[in-house]
Each structure stands twice: as C-alpha cells, then as structure tokens.
Design a protein around this ligand. Structure first.
Ligand code: NAD
Ligand code: NA
Length: 396
C-alpha cells in the first residue's frame, strides 16, 4: 500500500517502513563517520526502538562492534495496517547489524513485567553470558508494578499551583495560553512509580542476582532538566519528581554494583522532539525556539549526535567520566548555555501565532515529528507501494 501520515491530535497513526529504514541507516552512517569508540561489547538496551534508546543501540553496535539485545514495546504490522515506528526501526537495525556481522536480538513486550525480564535474562545467559552495559531508556505513560499488580498512570502537571503559560499547536502554528491545574499527591506518586527509578533498580537487581553483569559493568538512564521557562510543568512538576527519583536511584544502584566494580550513571540529555515531548504543553514552543537558536549557533543535535558525544566524550573517554555536582553526566550543556537560554527567553516573550514562523523553527519541529514515524526522509519514494508487513529477524 501507499503509506501516508495520518494524524490524530498529537500522534500519527501510521509509520513508513522505508523511511524508518532510512532513519536507521542515516544514524549508522553518522556513527561510522565519527570513528570507533572504546565502548562496551555486550549491551542490553531497555527501550531500544526509538529516540535515545535506539541511538544508544546504534552507537554501541556501529561505534564499538557491540552485540546488542534490545527490549521494547511496539506494535507489529498486520495486513493493511502499519506497525508502530519502533517496530520498523528495530527491523532495519537488525538487518543492518546482521549484514555487518554483529549479534543483535530483540524482545518485544512489557519491560516492567517479570515475564519480559525473565525472557531477557534467559537470552543473555544463553547467548552472551554477561553484559557490560545496560541502557535504561524507557518512556511510558503507564506501568503495572509486577509485585503489587497495581497499574500506575503518569501525569504531566505542575505541583502546588496552576501553571499558565504560552504553548503552540505545532500542527497549526497557533500560539495560545494554556493553564494546567496542579497535581495531587496521588498524581505525584503514580508518576514516580512509572518514570522514576524503581523498575531500573529491579532490572539491575535481577541481572546481578543471576551473575549476568560483567566486572566493571555500567548502567545508564536518561534524565532532563531544562530552563526556568518549563520548570513548573517539567522539572518542578510531577515528571520532575520522577526524574529526581531516577537520579537518586543511580546512587543506590552504584552501591549495589560496588562488589563487581560497576557503576550507575544518569545522563541529562537535551530537549528533543519525540512522541512523549510533543504531548507536554509548553515544551513544543520551547523546543521550536531552542532549535532555531541552536541551529543558528551550529550546535543543534539530534538523538544520535547526543548519544555519540555521550559515549565518545563522557562514558568511554579513556579517563574519568565528567559529572556535575549531583553526579550527573551533562550532555544538555549546549542547550543550557547562558547565551542560548538568554536568546530563547527573549524570543519566548515575542512569540505569537504571527511571529513564530519567523522567530521559531516550527518547520524543523514538524519535520522531526514526521521523521519519528518514518516520513519526510530524503531518498525515500513515498509515492511507491510499501510493504507494511515487515518482520524483525530475531522475533518469530
Ligand atoms: P521514546 O518514546 O522515543 O522511547 C521510549 C522507548 O521505550 C521505546 O523503545 C519504547 O518501545 C519503549 N517502551 C515504552 N514502554 C515500554 C514498556 N512497557 N516495555 C518495554 N519498552 C517500552 O522516548 P525518549 O524520548 O527516547 O525517552 C527515553 C528517555 O530519555 C526517557 O527517560 C526520557 O525522559 C529521557 N529524555 C528525553 C528527552 C526528550 O526531549 N525527548 C530529553 C532528555 C531525556
Ligand atoms: Na528510547
């Protein structure tokens, strides 16, 4: 069939397999162009199919010749209906990895569950023996805690008081004011249960208990801070509480890994267009202004550039891993530069429906959003028939 983007609100209901393949190939080419990284050789990526997790898998495989196991939660295709984008990304990744002679297998299912953890541990045991890097890159609105059976739903709300600010509908370009009512205690607890560090610690406990972590193994999860402009809805809101918890969990995990000489890190990454960030009010307007400035300054990065820099310059730089006063790796350093933030703050005041097309990078936002679903890539013939039923080599 001929596959076109079908939008509903903030999501796109279709995805393009050829575009996803192009996306993966572009990221692989980028990693190869930057040269070898003295990184891990056996890598588990939890949340491996899109965004920062996919970039981490590609960087490991094509920067360090690593064997990778990827865990994700994606919809396979059915006749007449496309898969979710991460399915196509993972199919393309495995094809390219196998062509390059690299081990790559994937597990599709709920990473929060005991069953998928069990399946992953068994696969590591059977195929790799141990892993020396575990990337934890899940972004989910919901988690069922396997110990309690309780299903938690995260919310994106301010804490303490209603937050009112500008936002943009990036499809129409309309800039409006949005008010978000504050969270209650339960909202906070639920969001921490979904996006905090509890599940990360469960994964590392399970791996360590079965001796599946190599000596000196590292694990890393991703966080975000951002500017004052978005603080009320992000870092000081419910999701910020979850990130506080995730960051604190890194210390608990590091204590646990001391006996094998391992360590847990959190890397604070840059704001980027993803399915998750598009759904947070205020953030798309911030990102469209930020992109404009960072592109003008020649310091714009996507997921793959961010993760390449994280691995090359921070995690595997051959000496100490540079961290901030809270022990976090900072690859949001260029986003948070004072001159960049001063310019964004100034544009923020000027942003209206009329001014935004000129002062912000709405076009770049939309392009990146469509890219998430495999659309708008150069070198792909979108008018051609595409086979929506694409298999992942390792998934039967
Ligand atoms: P994403 O939506 O692109 O990726 C999420 C991944 O998690 C996908 O592989 C998905 O399949 C997987 N997943 C979701 N629920 C799952 C489940 N139940 N079981 C198994 N897999 C599941 O998100 P992203 O933007 O790459 O986010 C990854 C991390 O990076 C998050 O912690 C996020 O907060 C953080 N981060 C994002 C940004 C940003 O601007 N996007 C910035 C800094 C940090
Ligand atoms: Na990810």
């Amino acid at each position: 069939m001929i596959i076109e983007p079908r939008m509903r609100g903030f999501i796109c209901l279709t995805a393009h397999p050829k575009g996803a393949e192009q996306n993966v190939k572009n990221q692989i080419e980028y990693i190869k162009s930057k040269g070898a990284i003295a990184g891990a050789k056996k890598v588990l990526v939890i949340g491996a199919s899109t965004g920062f997790g996919l970039a981490s898998r590609i960087t490991s495989a094509f920067g360090s010749d690593a064997a990778t196991i990827g865990v994700f939660f994606e919809k396979p295709p059915v006749e007449g209906k496309t898969a979710s984008p991460g399915w196509y990304n993972s199919a393309a990744f495995e094809t390219e990895a196998h062509k390059a002679g690299l081990y790559a297998k994937s597990i599709n299912g709920d990473a929060f569950s005991n069953e998928i953890k069990r399946e992953t541990l068994d696969l590591i045991k059977a195929d790799l023996g141990q892993v020396d890097l575990v990337i934890y890159s899940l972004a989910s609105p919901v988690r069922t805690n396997p110990n309690t059976g309780v299903t938690h739903r995260s919310v994106l709300k301010p804490i303490g008081q209603t937050f009112t600010n500008k936002t943009v509908d990036f499809h129409t370009g309309n800039v409006t004011e949005v008010s978000i009512a504050p969270a209650n205690e339960e909202d906070i607890e639920n969001t921490v249960a979904v996006m905090g560090g509890e599940d990360w610690a469960m994964w590392i406990d399970a791996l360590k208990n079965e001796n599946l972590l190599a000596d000196g193994a590292l694990t890393i999860a991703y966080s975000y801070i951002g500017p004052e402009l978005t603080e009320a809805v992000y870092r000081k809101g419910t999701i910020g509480r979850a990130k506080d918890h995730l960051e604190a969990t890194a210390f608990t995990i590091s204590d646990n890994l001391k006996s094998i000489g391992g360590k847990a890190y959190v890397s604070v990454n840059k704001a980027l267009v993803t399915q998750a960030s598009s759904a947070i009010p205020v953030i798309p307007l911030y990102i469209s202004l930020l992109y404009k400035i960072m592109k003008e300054e020649g310091i714009h990065e996507g997921c793959i550039e961010q993760i390449q820099r994280l691995f090359q310059d921070r995690l595997y730089n051959g000496s100490e891993v540079p961290v901030d006063e809270k022990g976090r790796i900072r690859i949001d350093d260029w986003e948070m530069r004072e001159d960049v933030q001063a310019k964004v703050a100034k544009l923020w005041k000027e942003a209206t429906t009329e001014t935004l097309p000129a002062i912000g990078d709405l076009a770049g936002y939309r392009n990146d959003f469509l890219n998430l679903f495999g659309f708008e890539f150069d070198g792909v013939d979108y008018k051609a028939e595409a086979n929506e039923v694409v298999n992942i080599d390792s998934i039967k």
